[in-house]
Design a protein. Structure first.
Length: 331
């Protein structure tokens, strides 16, 4: 028993001796089932908030479940095994199909999506990609970025062949030489860089910011959102403290994340992941929520997802994204 446990126990005994009938002071925490991706751009605020006690201070108990892609998380949310989720660009997909309510934004994935090519297979420019296979996980942040990158470089996406795989499989295909290009998100770039020394990063999403920002954030299950706004407000408060702590103490925050949650990843790579995203203070986010900047960013990705899926009748971001809870919660 450590000192804190000893003091807590003895204090409880003393109180019990004088007021055995007094009500318990401690209150049960509210559990929230949270799905997330294990990448700094998505779970940075989650782990920081838990480690620093910010969610605990709000009386919340986050029951975490890790997934490999945003598609998998939304499937779990729709299936009823999650209350909320944190993910990347897929945040703009399923809610547009009335599957989830967006209420909180983490960051802009400025350079988290990247296109890597193999020069040893003759790929050195975008023009060289015509008629070639590109591995990626379709319907994800990487896919949104790839489409923008190809069009920006005057390549019709129809002129390349997409190999749809899970991201680990797509990276493996690239490393083995089965495909000459891969559109990925960090930290998979580290594996590519280490395993294929001659690989070249042809572009990343930063080339299209802010005109085409890719945002990641949080969504709640449809039947959870309305009756649990008080709980979600507490989640926002805990998130805001974690978010602002990272911004104000980025060096210490990244070191703590690497030590406790990314022990297999070098600190230099964690810092690289951190620099690949763009964060705003909780107060700065208020302006971006209020002037519809966030709504417009979400809509850009939604338009891509719906067009790619051939869906013409869908819910716009102005309907599936509710900024009011955040604006009411953050002073």
């Amino acid at each position: 028993m450590d000192r804190r446990q000893f003091l807590t126990t003895t204090a409880g005994v003393a109180l019990g001796a004088f007021a055995t009938s007094a009500p318990a002071i401690a209150q049960a925490k509210t559990k929230i089932r949270v799905g997330y991706l294990h990448t700094v751009a998505v779970d940075g605020q989650i782990w920081t908030g838990m480690d620093q006690g910010f969610f605990d201070k709000q009386g919340l108990d986050l029951e975490l479940r890790q997934f490999n892609t945003g598609l998998e998380i939304f499937q779990a949310l729709i299936g009823g095994s999650l209350d909320v989720l944190a993910t990347g660009a897929v945040l703009s997909n399923f809610p547009a199909r009335n599957q989830g309510k967006v209420f909180l934004i983490n960051d802009i994935e400025v350079a988290t999506a990247q296109l890597w090519v193999r020069a040893d297979q003759g790929i050195k420019t975008f023009a060289d990609l015509k008629g070639k296979r590109i591995a990626t996980a379709t319907g994800t942040t990487a896919h949104v970025f790839l489409d923008k990158a190809l069009r920006a470089n005057k390549i019709d996406p129809k002129d390349v062949e997409l190999l749809n795989q899970s991201m680990p499989a797509a990276v493996t295909s690239f490393i083995s030489g089965a495909v000459p290009a891969v559109a990925l998100w960090v930290p998979f770039n580290i594996t590519v860089r280490d395993k294929v020394p001659g690989a070249v990063k042809l572009a990343d999403a930063s080339a299209f910011y802010p005109q085409a920002a890719i945002v990641g954030g949080w969504a709640a299950a449809n039947d959870y959102y309305e009756p649990n706004k008080e709980t979600l407000a507490k989640l926002i408060k805990g998130w805001a403290e974690a978010n602002d702590y990272i911004i104000g103490n980025s060096k210490e925050a990244m070191e703590a994340l690497q030590k406790a949650h990314y022990s297999q990843t070098p600190l230099s790579d964690i810092n690289e992941q951190f620099k690949a995203q763009k964060m705003f203070s909780s107060r700065d986010w208020k302006r971006l929520y209020s002037d519809a900047t966030v709504t417009n960013w979400l809509q850009q990705s939604t338009d891509f997802f719906m067009a790619n899926a051939g869906v013409k009748d869908f819910t716009p971001a102005s309907k599936y994204f509710d900024p009011s809870l955040y604006l009411q919660t953050i002073a």
